[in-house]
Design a protein around this ligand. Structure first.
Ligand code: ADP
Ligand code: MN
Length: 331
């Protein structure tokens, strides 16, 4: 067993605060967070299993400061790693936009196991602030709603990265060949009339071998999961402000096609890995290539609200996204 824990900066984030971490193997995603987010994970796991199925698997919490019950961060990390048989990890803490907290949530990295993970963060809501927000934040966020697709569609593209193929170079394409769409894309370039193009850019990357046929299959798979998320949200009483749908799929067209072919030979695996208990048991042996994943993330302002009805504010966005995916997946 390792005696020291090392975490590295998470490199694949497409939106949100700085300061997220990852283990060297990339199985874990570690995000500094508020007690409210931890509480929401714990209560969801305890009492709302059908929703928890769409949350990233929650592995525990970590205290990011020097001491934790007399344990050093290294010991805490080592214990965590031993528990999940994660070999080796590294700590780094440089960042400007980190949130002020010493608590972190340890989650399954939704992008782990993909050859070239394409990642899209869709931020949900018409109203973006929770009741306890300061007046300044309410005004600032209402302006964002007013100026973006949040207003009419209840979501915006917060950020995405899309693999363009091994030889791709050009504007906004990083060293690994991913085209990066930063927060300004969804904030300033997209509106109700063209936002579906963002999903097209995400799911149809001809130069990466993701052709029309594959892109449509991915859209159909995403649509199925988003419909299920809609159904679960409609049947529960909760609110989430500024949570996101996190879409990931295999961006290498060759790997995607072969993963789909493999899945079609063993139909049981042709579904997103939602981390249910039964699949956890054979986790070590499960080497079947990843196809896609849809998760709900970011619960800094989420809570269960018994007696208050479903989260219509988030549902506006979920339904809009479902409609777009349905169109893109239809032949
Ligand atoms: P913030 O409060 O900073 O917005 P988020 O929970 O939205 O935090 O996470 C920020 C970014 O980190 C997301 O846009 C996504 O790219 C990435 N991310 C979040 N959770 C996971 C996860 N479980 N697996 C992989 N990436 C994640
Ligand atoms: Mn976020």
């Amino acid at each position: 067993l390792p005696t020291r824990a090392d975490l590295v900066e998470y490199q694949q984030g497409v939106a949100g605060h700085d300061g997220t971490l990852c283990d060297v193997d990339g199985e874990l995603f570690i995000k500094p967070c508020t007690p409210a987010e931890i509480a929401f994970y714990e209560s969801s796991l305890a009492a709302h299993q059908d929703f928890a199925e769409f949350m990233p698997t929650f592995l525990g919490t970590l205290t990011l400061d020097e001491q934790q019950n007399g344990q050093t961060i290294e010991e805490a990390g080592a214990a965590l790693i031993a528990k999940h048989t994660i070999p080796e990890v590294v700590v780094s803490t440089k960042s400007s936009k980190k949130i002020v907290t010493d608590q972190a949530v340890v989650l399954e990295n939704a992008a782990h196991g993909f050859v070239k993970p394409n990642i899209l963060d869709v931020k949900l809501g018409v109203r973006l602030w929770a009741d306890d927000a300061h007046q300044e934040k309410k005004i600032r966020f209402d302006k964002v709603t007013e100026e973006t697709t949040h207003k009419e569609l209840g979501f915006r593209i917060a950020g995405m990265r899309v693999w363009q193929g091994a030889k791709a170079v050009g504007k906004d394409i990083d060293a690994d060949g991913y085209k990066i769409y930063d927060k300004n894309y969804g904030r300033f370039d997209l509106h109700k009339g063209n936002v579906h193009e963002a999903f097209k850019n995400f799911m149809f990357a001809e130069s990466a071998g993701v052709d029309e046929e594959l892109g449509k299959l991915v859209a159909q798979a995403f649509y199925t999961d988003v419909c299920r998320i809609q159904e679960v949200l409609e049947g529960q009483e909760s609110v989430m402000f500024s949570s996101s749908l996190l879409f990931v799929f295999e961006g290498d067209g060759v790997a995607l096609r072969s993963a789909m072919e493999e899945a079609s030979r063993s139909p049981a695996t042709l579904q997103a890995d939602n981390g249910d208990a039964s699949s956890e048991e054979d986790e070590d042996e499960d080497t079947s290539p990843k196809i896609y994943s849809v998760k709900v993330i970011d619960f800094a302002h989420a809570q269960w609200t018994p007696g208050m009805g479903p989260d219509e504010n988030s549902l506006v966005g979920v339904r809009s996204v479902a409609n777009i995916l349905k169109d893109l997946g239809s032949v």
